[in-house]
Design a protein around this ligand. Sequence first.
Ligand code: NAD
Ligand code: UGA
Length: 460
Amino acid sequence: MGDQRPTNILCIGAGYVGGPTMAVIAAKCPHLKVTVVDVNAERIAAWNSDRLPIYEPGLDEVVRQARGRNLFFSTDIATGIREADIIFVSVNTPTKTFGEGAGCAADLQYWERTARQILAHSTRDKIVVEKSTLPVRTAEAMERILNSNGQGLRFDVVSNPEFLAEGTAIRDLENPDRVLVGSRETPEGVRARRAIVDIYATWVPRERIIESNLWSSELSKLTANAFLAQRISSINSISALCERTEADIDEVAYAIGTDSRIGPRFLKASVGFGGSCFKKDILNLVYICRSYGLHEVADYWESVVRINEWQQSRFVRTILANLFNTVAGKRIALFGFAFKADTGDTRESPGIAVARQLLEERAHVVITDPQALDNARQELEGVTGSVTFEPDPYRAAEGAHAIAVITEWSLYKTLDYARIFRSMEKPAFVFDGRNILDREALFALGFNVFAIGKKPLKHF
Ligand code: NAD
Ligand code: UGA
């Protein structure tokens, strides 16, 4: 590639990662031209409009700053590849639903298709960056495909996993705990890695940019997600014990989190973790471990997912048991459907499992959410039963027997619960799957209040 600094960056995949990541790179690096391409024309049109395809605090401002200046969204993948010096690949890598490894392994079809597209349209050497989360040693396959060209072109594959969380993506990208860049330890590999490091070094302090070998980088991403999810399953498992023993989960989390070896974050008990990645990445890790014959390691990580599924069902069982063992025909309002606050994303949201299980029990489920109703509708398409989507939480609760808080939107903390109580069937119940509401205040209003890992407050 020569010693001249590359200036044309391409990102294949304009999703939750590709869009925000490239917008921040473009905003921070006006000397680079950044193009984001996708096969999904509708998504690209939305990136070029005033209504971006994803809701993410601060994203509009960053896109507005760079779009049309050095940030471009396009469906012309061939031209994008031809002109690029560096190609980030940020396509989806979901769990495989068919064949060998179905339900566990990563589905690499989108990934491999991009490798072949890059090969088909390249006329000069390029650096290819794995931005998607991938099984450890994927870069080897990528290298084999790319370097099988008969034209003497050279492709250096670098791993640069993304650690942003939705809802805080812009903050995470602008001020990351760390940036990880892995490559082959050859002179060419190290040179490619440095080109990526240089981009981030424009705004990220050098000591927060970690360099490693390719395989460590790929595996660190899966491991980080597994560790984060494991903390949630750990605290959620203890929440069940709290409910039997009158210990309080927030007090326990605080007490253990003040130990600097444990730390306070990611200890919030909940209805369960959701999101597009934790489950798929852990299952992928499980699959990889099994394929290397490491069954004990696989079982260990698999239990993190099992506890999460159990926690979601446990929440529904609590609702059922306390509504006198039947919810058939009863209106139940789900407050929130996004997998966490400050996003419209509903992928793997615990709301899906909760809604489905309540519908199986023949409840009338009313879903409200400030950002996620369109996605909620799609998630529940084809599900049988009575389900309504209602933007206004007050109307959602009208005539309901119970409210179940699924998402920790701060708006739910400040609603007029006296008004809500008056409009509900009696006895009225609140099941707080996020422990965000003032339980004592709700109890004083007349509600029966159930929260995760807490003593129930009941009037009977
Ligand atoms: P996404 O589904 O939102 O976006 C992926 C995009 O890639 C889609 O728009 C799809 O149309 C496009 N695409 C697929 N194949 C293509 C092809 N051949 N050519 C052009 N475009 C193509 O996914 P996402 O949430 O952005 O995740 C992308 C990757 O990043 C995944 O591997 C994920 O595990 C990882 N990741 C996600 C997050 C997150 O918060 N969502 C965070 C860190 C890492
Ligand atoms: C997670 C990781 O935090 C990111 O570092 C990673 O890049 C990303 O996955 C990914 O690879 O996709 P994200 O899923 O966007 O980010 O959001 P998180 O904040 O991690 O929350 C995940 C789920 O766990 C949410 O449902 C959230 O409500 C839940 N959670 C989180 C808890 O139940 N308790 C907690 O203490 C923290």
